[in-house]
Design a protein around this ligand. Structure first.
Ligand code: SAH
Length: 397
């Protein structure tokens, strides 16, 4: 059954075979009963269940909590062609779901969900930013880069291997242009808006492409409205609100670099956006004190919790900002509030936000519950690939 009989074999404890059979790509250290052979970190291993039944082939890394990342659940050899084929399949999917007028940027590879563990590739106009965050994939970097260049013909491909996760996986951090030349400034189009994105020094790969569709969704509530965009980063929601004809837009972020880019982006589009560099928790409290009023408020904080352990704290955080926002929204006002942490289950997040309305004795309409844009696909059997919750409420009274 196994392709490579001489590969080290990882035996998974009884009970953990089910998730693998459902397509989950990870084996945690505490799910391993024993390892046959002495795999080096980054080497391929065969994974079997407690009965010795083949579960898949993947990369071993003793330094990572995720000890094995599976590349396949089928009996097939892991070759350069297989990896290049996965890249092409990922690009093909975007070609078919990302035909959006006025948008030239999207996520091309979303790691495990595209069956390329630890690999992220984002297209920002003519620039592709690639990140390889799993040790086993490191040796395929050039294969992945070549396949991306063949599929997408970018002007530039930047390998942005500077995420701290790499150190945890036992790799160095560095940034390198692998193809073409990096332009002085990278300007993308999203929903017809021009955005300057910092692909070298910005957060993540430079921009949060997962919110594109939600940025567009906010527009319908914004005509003539006073809009507040909290945790705005470089202004995705704020710029779309302004494009929709908002009367007034305020964007708040704690990062000075982000706020500078909001100003730049407002200028690029000839829009008026008031920017504030502040901690949104303090800012919101202050605004409530001043009895400010907004018609639309967006809350899009960073992940408050990176584990299950501090869920209670995270809930307190989501509730506090929701309470402040609701206090400033009149009847008819709209709140769009987000959680980007996988560890925050959707129902817990929704109930937390709704409990804020209950505390204020106000009724709300749940307009919709959305998620990340579809260029960040969800892989069946791998619930971690759905992380972004986007809850839209209207205050009824
Ligand atoms: N809304 C953005 C993405 C936000 S990411 C978009 O649609 O593109 C989260 C942002 O929150 C980051 O820009 C980060 O700088 C900012 N941030 C983190 N902690 C903060 C805090 N306490 N107050 C204000 N901003 C904060």
């Amino acid at each position: 059954m196994q392709e490579n009989g001489n590969m080290p074999v990882v035996h998974v404890i009884n009970g953990r075979q089910k998730k693998l059979l459902q397509g989950h790509p990870w084996v945690y250290g505490n799910e391993i009963e024993r390892v046959e052979g002495e795999p080096e970190d980054g080497a391929l291993v065969t994974v079997v269940d407690f009965r010795g039944r083949y579960m898949g082939t993947g990369f071993y890394n003793s330094r990572s909590l995720i000890t094995v990342r599976l590349l396949t659940h089928r009996s097939e050899a892991i070759t350069d062609e297989l990896i290049a084929g996965r890249v092409k399949a990922a690009c093909d999917y975007r070609r078919f779901v990302m035909q959006r007028e006025g948008t030239d940027s999207c996520r091309l590879i979303y790691g495990e969900a595209d069956r390329l563990p630890g690999v992220i590739a984002d297209r920002f106009g003519g620039v592709i930013v690639l990140q390889v965050l799993a040790l086993g994939m490191e040796r395929y970097t050039q294969v992945i880069a070549d396949a991306l260049i063949a599929c997408e013909q970018p002007d530039c491909l930047l390998l942005q291997n500077d995420d701290a996760i790499r150190r945890k996986e036992g790799m160095e951090c560095f940034t390198k242009v692998l193809h073409g030349e990096l332009p002085e400034e990278t300007i993308i189009s999203e929903n017809g808006i021009r955005l300057a994105v910092d692909v070298r020094g910005g957060q993540k790969t430079g921009y949060f492409l997962d919110q594109k569709d939600n940025h567009l969704f906010v527009r319908q509530f914004c005509r003539g409205a006073r809009v507040l965009d909290c945790f705005s980063y470089i202004g995705g929601f704020a710029l779309n609100a302004a494009a929709a004809g908002a009367a007034e837009v305020t964007a708040v972020d704690i990062s000075e670099d982000a706020v500078k880019l909001i100003d730049r982006n407002a200028a690029l589009n000839g829009m008026q956006i008031s920017t504030v560099c502040a901690n949104c928790f303090d800012f919101l409290r202050q605004q409530v004190k001043e009895k400010q009023r907004y018609d639309v408020i967006v809350l899009d904080p960073p992940a408050f919790t990176k584990s299950h352990a501090n869920m209670a704290n995270a809930c307190r955080g989501y509730k506090e900002i929701a309470l402040s926002a609701m206090r400033m929204l009149p009847p008819g006002g709209v709140l769009a509030t987000h959680s980007c942490s996988y560890h925050m289950p959707e129902d817990v997040f929704v109930n937390t936000v709704l409990s804020a309305a209950q505390d204020l004795h106000r009724q709300v309409r749940v307009i919709t519950l959305r998620r990340q844009d579809i260029d960040h696909p969800v892989l069946a059997g791998y619930p971690e690939s759905h992380y972004l919750k986007s809850l839209w409420l209207q205050m009824l009274d």
